[in-house]
Design a protein around this ligand. Structure first.
Ligand SMILES: Nc1ncnc2c1ncn2[C@@H]1O[C@H](COP(=O)(O)OP(=O)(O)OP(=O)(O)O)[C@@H](O)[C@H]1O
Ligand SMILES: [Mg+2]
Length: 493
């Protein structure tokens, strides 16, 4: 049936014209037999189109399109509908068309005609493109974040993992997805704890968790101090995913620790300086009368006969005066009122010499002494006598802490790169209780009974080591013993 004035009101034409998509009817030779109203309005007048081949109309070409680009032949072959998404330039603008080809079969089931309808999907395509652009930006923001970002489904399977997270946890995203779930980021039970907090109102609102400190477990099973902010992602009120932002706190903690150490040292230096001045003044004042007492006590002793009972008392006075003079000497060293004489010496030889001095002491009878001297010479520029005194003070303290039995270890080593020499003095004694640790370098701090310790040993040690450009600290102390660590600058020739 061909369209003319007599049949244009036929319901079949009306039905055809009522289709909202531009539609054409083609025969199997690609001749356009008819087009509907929508086509007529958008793509060309009926009279100009009907009778042409479709490639002539659409591409102004006498050559048919190849079957790779056009599903026309496939429709005939398969007798099934086919579609193709086409990019065309119309009126200078890019348009996207979804062209759907549907076969119309004859009585014997062969393709007699083909219906082609054209759907303009430019808007969908543009939206798709925009969405892709937004996704790209989102991806870039996520990937460039310095914090680790991970999103996971409710079973804990990772959906997204940015580069910082890959670095922090030590897995590539692919590797992680294959082997692990986000629960493996934490020590046992912590993931459940985090989910509980996320679902409660108390940590930033339901579904949210503002920064909390957590231990993170990386691929090498190492514990990393970190911080996490997390959220649950909901869809229609249903939990569908979680996401966490992880921050590595190791560097921050190290800096804080260093700052604390520096503050502590500053405080110690200030304390030492003020008490040092006082001590130096007192020491000078006491030294003169002590010399007088010693002089007269010696004179009195000499003038007494051998069997005079007063002689024993005089000897006690002389002994105690010597003890006092020893304390005064320590005070002067501590307050740095003596002039150190610097020598270029091997630290190992000073240690060996100091140890030979204490060997005969009774208190070391049952103590095993271990020397772990570095194989090479460790040359330092220090006052030999003073370092000797440092070692003896530390060793005596160790001996006291071990109460006569245990192991005393002296170890030396150095780092050429850092330009530092190290000496460690380790005992297997009682350790230093936590509450005493901040005070052990303070002058006159002692836990020993009256008359046994003056509490000047470690403060003198501290003064000497500072004077030598080094540092002293307690490396470890607990109920199994204590290690003091001394650092000295290596001598640079
Ligand atoms: N190796 C150690 N093990 C346990 N505690 C120690 C050790 N070294 C020092 N201490 C503690 O630190 C305190 C201070 O030590 P420091 O050497 O300054 O004084 P002291 O030994 O008490 O007296 P002094 O050394 O003047 O005779 C000690 O009384 C002791 O409590
Ligand atoms: Mg001591």
């Amino acid at each position: 049936m061909t369209r003319d004035n007599s049949n244009k009101n036929d319901w079949r034409y009306r039905l055809f014209d009522s289709l909202s998509y531009p539609t054409l009817i083609l025969d199997t030779n690609k001749n356009i037999l008819d087009v509907n109203l929508s086509f007529h309005e958008k793509f060309g007048k009926r009279k100009d189109v009907i009778g042409k081949k479709c490639h002539e109309h659409f591409f102004q070409s006498s050559v048919p399109c190849s079957s790779d680009n056009c599903p026309f032949h496939k429709v005939i072959e398969k007798k099934k509908g086919q579609s193709i998404l086409m990019r065309v330039i119309r009126d200078g603008h890019e348009r996207w068309e979804d062209r759907v080809f549907t076969p119309i079969l004859d009585e014997s089931g062969e393709v007699a005609y083909i219906r082609e309808s054209i759907r303009d999907v430019t808007q969908v395509k543009t939206l798709e493109k925009e969405l892709k652009g937004v996704q790209n930006v989102f991806e870039k923001v996520v990937q460039s974040s310095a914090s680790g970002i991970v999103a996971a489904d409710m079973k804990g399977n990772a959906l997204l993992m940015n580069r910082a997270a890959e670095e922090l946890f030590g897995y590539s995203f692919r590797e992680f997805v294959r082997k692990k779930t986000v629960r493996d980021f934490y020590p046992p039970g912590v993931a459940q704890e985090i989910m509980k907090k996320l679902r409660s109102d108390e940590y930033g609102g339901k579904g949210k968790l503002t920064n909390i400190k957590v231990d993170i477990i990386n691929s090498k099973n190492e514990k990393i101090s970190g911080e996490i902010a997390a959220a649950i992602i909901y869809e229609n009120g249903r939990e569908v995913a979680t996401m966490g932002i992880y921050t590595d706190l190791r560097e921050k903690i190290a800096v804080e620790q260093k700052l604390k150490e520096t503050q502590k040292r500053l405080l110690q230096s200030e304390k030492m300086a003020s008490i040092g001045q006082l001590a130096a003044g007192v020491a000078h004042e006491i030294n003169n009368p002590l010399t007088g007492i010693l002089f007269y006590a010696n004179m009195a002793l000499e003038s007494r006969k051998e069997d005079d009972p007063i002689r024993e008392d005089l000897k006690c006075i002389i002994e105690d005066v010597h003890r006092c003079k020893g304390i005064v000497k320590d005070l002067l060293v501590y307050s740095r009122q003596t002039n150190p004489t610097k020598d270029i010496v091997d630290l190992n030889s000073i240690v060996v010499k100091s140890l030979s001095l204490i060997h005969d002491q009774k208190m070391f009878g049952n103590i095993t002494i271990q020397k772990k001297m570095s194989g090479e010479e460790i040359i330092v520029n220090v006052d030999k006598q003073q370092i000797n005194q440092v070692i003896i003070n530390l060793v005596m303290n160790a001996g006291d802490a071990m109460e006569g039995s245990g192991t005393l270890t002296l170890e030396t080593y150095c780092s050429r790169d850092a330009g530092k020499a190290f000496l460690e003095v380790t005992d297997t004694g009682c350790g230093i209780p936590k509450e005493n640790q901040p005070h052990i370098f303070d002058p006159f701090f002692t836990t020993k009974e009256l008359g046994k310790g003056t509490g000047l040993g470690l403060s003198t040690v501290y003064g000497i080591i500072q004077e030598s450009g080094g540092d002293i600290s307690v490396k470890r102390t607990d109920s199994t013993g204590t290690t003091f660590l001394i650092e000295l600058p290596l001598y640079q020739s």
